[in-house]
Design a protein around this ligand. Structure first.
Ligand code: OGA
Ligand code: MN
Length: 306
């Protein structure tokens, strides 16, 4: 007989430590949701099959003799819906825009006139974070073979000069979530920590990320994503073309997710456009607006170290 998931200890030691211990930013890290959690922010996909996490596994159990049961653990995807406060979101967005704007050559040409992004009336976002996006940005269209469309991206290789204490503590709080980090109590000068690669990704209001698995050579075992600004749907979908099962996750401002193991390797992930069928939550379409994600990955081990 299959062990019910509720009886499986799913949280790795390291994570238990970081979730329940006090971080140097003096705040407790809340307990994350996983794909098994009952939450209005996570739903199975496609919905017509009514595949809750447990029933999805029941189906594959019958079909695969339980092999996937071992492979797909509920905590292969962890989700903290309100990880950052509004103030922390603001500080992180400002930092990301500062980094991104420095390398945006089209922006330099346009710097004189301050543009407000022109969205249609109903699309006009008036919330605090959206106000920070006050330029007309030079987004990459994304080539025919690329998965990301309408975006700007840069690496976060160091902090901006004289970072505020709220920026430093927000980043320490974030990096403390990562599994197997070599350092326990991060200091400002250790951000970003060795062994990790941090990207800042700005999606335009019309941007999207098509289904993909992150490059196996370029990144390691986990992918951590912070969402700032406009809400978007993250879709996780089995790579197995016959069973397109998966989940849709509503990524709000200040949320953080962590994908690894089978979700990282056996599922494709995508960020749906705001006006897609999967971007309707509680009967309402998500609003268009700018979104920034902070993506943290571990550097892949070289073959000799594997
Ligand atoms: C990526 C990606 C997801 C996100 O950059 O590869 O999948 O949440 N990003 O922005
Ligand atoms: Mn990706």
């Amino acid at each position: 007989m299959r062990t019910p998931f509720s009886q499986i200890t799913i949280t790795p030691k390291r994570l238990i430590r970081s979730i329940y211990s006090q971080t140097s930013s003096s705040s407790f890290i809340p307990k994350p949701l996983n794909l098994y959690s009952q939450s209005p922010l996570i739903r199975s996909h496609p919905q017509s099959r009514n595949t809750s996490f447990a029933s999805a596994l029941d189906i594959t159990n019958e079909e695969q003799n339980g092999s996937l049961n071992d492979a797909l653990k509920p905590d292969d995807f962890l989700f903290w819906p309100n990880f950052f406060t509004n103030e922390e979101c603001k500080v992180l967005t400002e930092m990301a825009l500062w980094k991104l704007d420095r390398i945006d050559t089209s922006l330099k040409r346009r710097r004189k006139g301050r543009f407000t992004p022109k969205l249609d009336d109903e699309a006009e976002n008036t919330d605090e974070i959206q106000k920070l996006f006050d330029r007309e940005y030079g987004f990459e269209e994304g080539h025919y073979d690329s998965v990301i469309h309408q975006y700007r991206e840069t690496l976060l290789s160091s902090l901006p000069p004289s970072p505020s204490s709220s920026l430093t503590s927000s980043l320490i709080k974030l990096y403390s979530l990562l599994p197997d980090l070599p350092i326990d109590n991060l200091k400002q000068e250790e951000i970003p920590p060795k062994g990790t690669i941090t990207h800042l990704l700005h999606l335009s209001p019309k941007g999207e990320i098509l289904p993909h698995v992150d490059n196996l050579q370029a990144s390691g075992k986990f992918i951590c994503g912070v969402s700032l600004g406009s809400e978007r749907t993250l879709r996780l979908q089995s790579k197995d073309k016959d069973k397109k099962e998966g989940w849709d996750v509503r990524l709000g401002n200040g949320s953080v997710y962590l994908q690894r193991d089978s979700i990282r390797y056996n599922y494709e992930h995508s960020i749906l456009p705001y006006d897609s069928e999967g971007s309707v939550w509680d009967g309402e379409q998500l609003k268009p607006g700018h979104r920034i994600s902070i993506m943290i990955r571990d550097t892949p081990k070289r073959p000799a170290e594997l």
